[in-house]
Design a protein around this ligand. Structure first.
Ligand SMILES: Nc1nc2c(ncn2[C@@H]2O[C@H](COP(=O)(O)OP(=O)(O)OP(=O)(O)O)[C@@H](O)[C@H]2O)c(=O)[nH]1
Ligand SMILES: [Mg+2]
Length: 372
């Protein structure tokens, strides 16, 4: 690799010169801001010095790697086939590049590195980072100035917000009679439904009851009873679909009924089927899929996939206090086109729950030390 130094008024201008000379294949090795002395201390001027690294172009001799030695005569059929193969190989290479190349941001000015590095560490998807990077870069070029960190963040926020446009955030109004929580084991379903119930009782003064269908663990029933007792609300236990109908009948005088379900490994189809049999989702019901923000993105995806056949209204993300990586949450919202009702950030009932907003999610993604 060779190096060359560039001086320009702004980072963007320097980058443009480098690109003109070496295209996309150059790497920024360093950049410094230099202050010219000016005349008698007047007319001081700021400029940027950038050192770019580039690979030397391959000499024409090396470049032509013949498929066959020159003296082998090829008939025109072979020639056409080789051309076709070459074309296909080129297309395949491009495809591979587009789909699998990790997003590379060293090609962007140093001013942008902090933001791009953060978004990447947040595990935001590459396509969105790429979109943000090229938009910031394009606007800097158009305005011929280097943007400050805050200005860049503002643009990133706009783009992120646009990607989540129209998704429902918050907005739980307790208008439907039945509210239920679904999800894998230990994500905080019971704790969360207790938090939601407490809130609905405190804020909306509704008469509430609980049903639990989690009869696999003895402690699960007791856990829900403890919360229900504090709220002076009855608990019904449903072992099967007949019990479930009976439980709802017993609670028919209540304004709102909160239904807790068992955490199971829903990657197993059998558990999904059991759940479908047990709960009548055709009722006037709001179902929330509870996920822990600490779960690996790929695992969350396979869980969500199992729940696509349920009428899930929104996600609830718990354990925001146990992670600092929020890109996966964003990626899932965007890819599944699903909003968030609540986020939970601790074990305290009912305090550690808040209605989700798009701004909250974006702040978690963009702001260092912004905690749930
Ligand atoms: N740090 C943290 N812990 C939480 C949060 N929500 C729930 N927990 C804890 O996670 C553990 C499991 O919570 P549960 O409410 O029992 O979870 P669940 O999904 O009902 O579990 P199963 O019914 O066994 O599937 C408990 O120790 C909760 O206190 C949260 O937002 N942050
Ligand atoms: Mg539970």
């Amino acid at each position: 690799m060779k190096m060359k130094k560039y001086t320009a008024d702004t980072m963007v201008q320097a980058m443009e010169k480098i690109r003109q000379d070496f295209g996309e294949d150059s790497v920024i090795l360093s950049s410094t801001i230099v202050q010219s002395k000016g005349i008698l201390g007047l007319f001081k001027k700021k400029s940027v010095e950038v050192v770019a690294g580039y690979d030397e172009p391959i000499s024409p001799k090396e470049k032509t790697v013949p498929l066959f030695t020159e003296h082998v005569k090829r008939d025109s059929g072979q020639e056409a086939m080789i051309d076709e193969l070459k074309k296909e190989m080129k297309e395949m290479k491009q495809l591979l590049k587009a789909n699998h190349a990790p997003f590379e941001f060293h090609q962007y000015p140093e001013e942008m590195q902090a933001l791009l590095t953060r978004l990447s560490a947040q595990e935001l998807n590459d396509a969105t980072i790429q979109k943000i990077a090229s938009e910031i870069f394009a606007r800097m070029k158009a305005e011929k100035v280097d943007f400050t960190a805050d200005e860049q963040k503002k643009i990133a926020r706009e783009i992120l917000k646009e990607e989540l446009a129209d998704l429902p955030f918050g907005g739980v109004h307790f208008k439907k009679k039945y509210v239920n929580v679904l999800g894998p084991t230990g994500v905080g379903k019971t704790t969360t439904i207790a938090k939601i119930a407490a809130r609905s009782l405190i804020e909306n003064k509704r008469k509430a009851g609980f049903v639990t269908t989690d009869t696999y663990r003895i402690a699960a029933i007791e856990q829900l009873r403890t919360y229900a007792n504090l709220l002076q609300a009855p608990v019904e236990v449903a072992y099967n679909d007949t019990d479930f109908k009976e439980a709802l009948k017993n609670l028919s005088a209540k304004d709102i009924v909160f239904i807790d379900t068992a955490g199971r490994n829903y990657k197993e189809k059998k558990f999904v089927e059991d759940l479908k049999k047990l709960i009548d989702f055709k009722l006037e019901m709001e179902s929330y899929l509870v996920l822990s923000a600490t779960t690996k993105e790929s695992d969350m995806r396979s869980i969500i996939d199992q729940f696509l056949e349920f009428p899930i209204k929104q996600f609830i993300f718990t354990k925001l206090d146990e992670t600092e990586t929020f890109g996966p949450v964003f990626n899932l919202l965007r890819d599944y086109n699903m909003g968030i009702a609540y986020v939970a950030d601790g074990q305290e009932v009912p305090e550690d729950l808040e209605e989700a907003t798009v701004e909250k999610i974006l702040t978690l993604l963009l702001e260092e030390g912004a905690h749930a």
